[in-house]
Design a binder for this molecule. Structure first.
Ligand SMILES: [Zn+2]
Length: 583
């Protein structure tokens, strides 16, 4: 692991309690097993905090020596603590508002169930009012897709839009199709698909933004206040899962306004880095660029390390769930079946993508590109290498979001990008394998599935990666992704318990890095968070069990007992550790 090489400056801050003996602590955490995630993967008993930053990590005796009258003491009682976890890919504004204002379908287990939930909500709507929902996944519905006809039964008049859990496709009812003017004669747009049945009628399923946009532009937008409420709602979930920093990818001006308002009100109790949605055209990219130019340039942050305008998000392809991701070979269907002639497609014209990427690179902004299929990943890493060769810029930390199927060529390019330019980091969600893994496995098929989310290949080549949930695609709790990095099981086991195999599994040490010290630089926060060592912020999660000691299958059930941000308690479970004052 070439961590030191990459971020030597930050880690030159050594662990040494004695050297700071003169400093007094505001807060100490003692009697724990504190996993620091420093370069040596040290586990210490105690840490001391002053002004929200760690001033020392070491033994109980060393740290107790820094406490004086009035110092707050948290006795961990032998429990484990980690750095506050980081999710480098969580749509917090979008997912939080969906949980508050839309019908949540993540746990729907049949089409009947979906129709029932929609029907129950439609009753309260005014004539013509929209109903939105999100989170369904046909992998949890015995492989069947809901249709307009299903929804028409309970909502003949109110338009309904139900987004798939991946966010890459949706099902709408006939009222929505009618409002959008979608008929049997409407052709699929470029980079999108209007599904049609055997007699050529639209089924209600719309794949990718280009197709969903035909309906979406008719739907009412959320207000800034609603977005603020959604973010705050999700912050509570994040705190309860020990997560203290997130990257919210693909935001728009209203989301930014909401984050800024929360910061101004003193309510931004997570570190947030945002990527601006750059769309699929030069015009939309220019708009994102203008927004970036209006904010402090990363790594500069607003609000003392709380809010960072990191860069831009571009989509290269579609989804592994909808079989729209851009692949070198045809998709499978139902594991061994063959989806003849379908190897997905780029959702941004590849040459336009290159031009867009250059616009952001030249100005020194981070680019996060969504790339799932092997063709898409190749195109993105080749673009990043070409940009660096033409216009070398160290430290922009361009990322490959998802990086599900990665060729040996792309692995080489990622390693090169990281070594020479601090760029080319995969942000890979192992949690996909579990939560949407049954649908995924069926689409990738037996030959490709073992290579999906290739964490071990990353590790072998010294490629650092960020984990993440892609919430609301999968649940936001990082423990699921940490567990899935190690265990690679699917939710239902439709194609066996481990259709993705274990060859690409990693151990807990690497898995935890991808949610801490490897994730922090992807948010430009490596001097602030991601490890518990001198100079870093006291962003800390306390757990009911020690992730380094429990059996891997237990990682999924870890319970967070307490979360601190800048040394302040932002979450504490009933009966969890308590702070007392030194007398
Ligand atoms: Zn996403």
């Amino acid at each position: 692991m070439n961590w030191n090489g990459l971020l030597g400056g930050a880690l030159a801050l050594a662990l040494c309690a004695d050297a700071v003996a003169a400093e007094k602590a505001d807060l100490i955490l003692t009697h724990g097993r504190i996993i620091t995630m420093d370069s040596k993967d040290s586990v210490v008993q105690a840490v001391a905090v002053t002004g929200g930053r760690i001033i020392a990590a070491g033994t109980d005796r060393q740290i107790r020596a820094l406490a004086t009258k009035g110092t707050q003491v948290i006795d961990l009682g032998g429990r484990a603590a980690t750095p506050g976890l980081i999710d480098p890919h969580a749509h917090v504004a979008e997912g939080g508002t969906a949980e508050l204002y839309a019908v949540v379908l993540n746990d729907a287990h049949s089409i009947r169930d979906i129709v029932g939930r929609v029907g129950a909500r439609v009753k309260d709507l005014k004539p013509g009012e929209w109903l939105t929902g999100s989170g369904w996944d046909e992998g949890k519905l015995d492989g069947k897709m809901p249709s307009a006809a299903d929804l028409d039964k309970v909502s003949p008049d109110n338009p309904v839009f139900l987004l798939h859990t991946t966010g890459h496709y949706a099902v709408v009812n006939s009222a929505a199709l009618k409002l959008a003017g979608i008929t049997a004669q409407t052709p699929s747009p470029t980079a999108g698909t209007i599904d049609k049945d055997a007699v050529g009628q639209p089924t209600g399923v719309l794949r990718e933004d280009a197709a969903m946009a035909l309906v979406r532009h008719l739907m009412p937008e959320l207000s800034v206040e609603q977005i603020e409420a959604g973010i705050l709602h999700e912050f509570e979930v994040l705190h309860s899962e020990g997560i203290t920093a997130i990257k919210d990818p693909a935001i728009g001006p209203r989301d930014w306004e909401a984050y800024r308002a929360l910061l101004a009100a003193g309510s931004l109790t997570e570190r947030v880095c945002v990527l601006w949605a750059a769309g699929a055209t030069l015009e939309t990219a220019r708009q994102a660029l203008a927004q970036l130019d209006n904010a402090p340039h990363a790594p500069k942050a607003l609000g003392d390390g709380r809010l960072v305008s990191c860069g831009a998000k571009i989509f290269m392809d579609g989804s592994g769930g909808a079989r729209t991701a851009w692949m070198s070979q045809d998709w499978n269907k139902g594991w061994e079946g063959h989806d003849e002639g379908n190897h997905g497609y780029p959702t941004t014209d590849p040459e336009t993508y290159r031009t867009m990427a250059r616009m952001f690179h030249e100005k020194g902004y981070q680019i996060g590109t969504h790339a799932i299929g092997d063709k898409a990943v190749d195109w993105v890493v080749d673009t990043y290498v070409a940009l660096e060769k033409q216009d070398p810029a160290k430290g922009l930390r361009h990322t490959i979001i998802h990086a599900n199927l990665v060729t040996p060529h792309a692995l080489d390019q990622m390693a090169l990008l990281q070594r020479d330019w601090q760029s080319g980091y995969p942000e890979a969600q192992a949690e996909f394998l579990w939560w949407i893994g049954d649908n995924y496995a069926g689409n990738y098929g037996p030959e490709r599935a073992p290579h999906v989310v290739p964490l071990k290949s990353f590790l072998t080549r010294h490629i650092e990666w960020g984990g993440g949930s892609d919430f609301p695609v999968t649940p936001v709790a990082a423990r699921y992704g940490i567990w899935a990095s190690v265990e690679r099981e699917t939710l239902k086991g439709t194609y066996g318990k481990q259709p993705f195999g274990t060859k690409e599994a990693v151990d807990i040490h690497a898995a935890l890095r991808s949610y801490t010290s490897w994730a922090a630089p992807l948010l430009f926060l490596e001097n602030e968070t991601g490890s518990l060592e001198k100079g870093k912020r006291a962003d800390i999660a306390v757990w009911d069990r020690d992730p380094y000691k429990v059996k891997p299958e237990q990682l999924k059930d870890m319970k967070c007992l307490m979360t601190l941000l800048d040394g302040e308690v932002v979450y504490r479970v009933e009966g969890g550790p308590e702070a007392s004052r030194q007398k």
